[in-house]
Design a protein around this ligand. Structure first.
Ligand code: SF4
Length: 207
């Protein structure tokens, strides 16, 4: 946790917030208001959100103002993403959003203990900073990024730690899409517990 005072989550380091359509995973295609927080302790070399990494560039803002903006759109669902949002206390934000009747989805690497209350937790584990143990049984969705066929073993390693009800997704890393997609297709056909997630927002040209 940074030394910045987040006032128990009443202030958070916002990068951007916007209304769009979820492009990845189980909720693909669902309109959702995205709240993207700055700072990440993982550092994936292929990250497509490197602009979020330096939390100093994203000073804490008043969470109430973000919530009011979210409520001004017809979105029924909120996606809290980053960066790594669990670097920050999320109880205030999620409580207030729930009080407005909104469903709240979390996108996390699981590198930090959970805070806040979510209707859906998408856990996307990364080798260089694996998830904390206690988050595995809480995940509704495991989304493993595939950069090469070597990542299938990493995917199975993580799938062994989630609950039986957890949805399993393999998602090609965008820059390796053409290289890994054929192997992913064959893998899910042979291992039907798994599903394919693609970054459909990139095809739709939406954020
Ligand atoms: S965990 Fe997510 S935000 Fe952080 S470096 Fe990896 S892909 Fe980027």
């Amino acid at each position: 946790m940074s030394e910045v005072d987040f006032e128990n989550g009443k202030k958070l380091p916002l990068v951007e917030d916007f209304y769009t359509v979820q492009g990845e995973g189980f909720h693909t295609g669902k309109p959702a208001y995205f709240i993207r927080l700055g700072g990440c302790d993982v550092g994936c070399h292929w990250c497509d959100a490197k602009f979020t990494w330096n939390s100093k560039l994203h000073p804490p803002v008043d969470v109430d103002a973000v919530i009011e903006r979210a409520k001004s759109f017809p979105a029924q669902a909120i996606v809290i993403t980053g960066g790594e949002p669990l670097l920050y206390p999320l109880d205030y934000l999620t409580t207030e959003l729930h009080n407005s009747g909104l469903d709240i989805f979390l996108e996390t690497s699981g590198s930090q203990p959970l805070s806040g209350r979510f209707d859906w937790i998408c856990l996307s584990p990364k080798r260089q900073q694996p998830p904390v143990t206690e988050i595995f049984p809480l995940a509704h969705e495991l989304k493993v990024i595939i950069t090469s066929e070597a990542d299938f073993a990493w995917a199975e390693e993580n799938a062994a730690k989630v609950s039986k009800r957890c949805m399993l997704y393999l998602q090609p890393e965008w820059s390796q899409f053409d290289n890994v997609m054929p192997a992913i297709v064959e893998y899910v056909k042979s291992n039907p517990r798994w599903n394919i997630s693609i970054q459909s927002h990139k095809f739709m040209n939406i954020p």
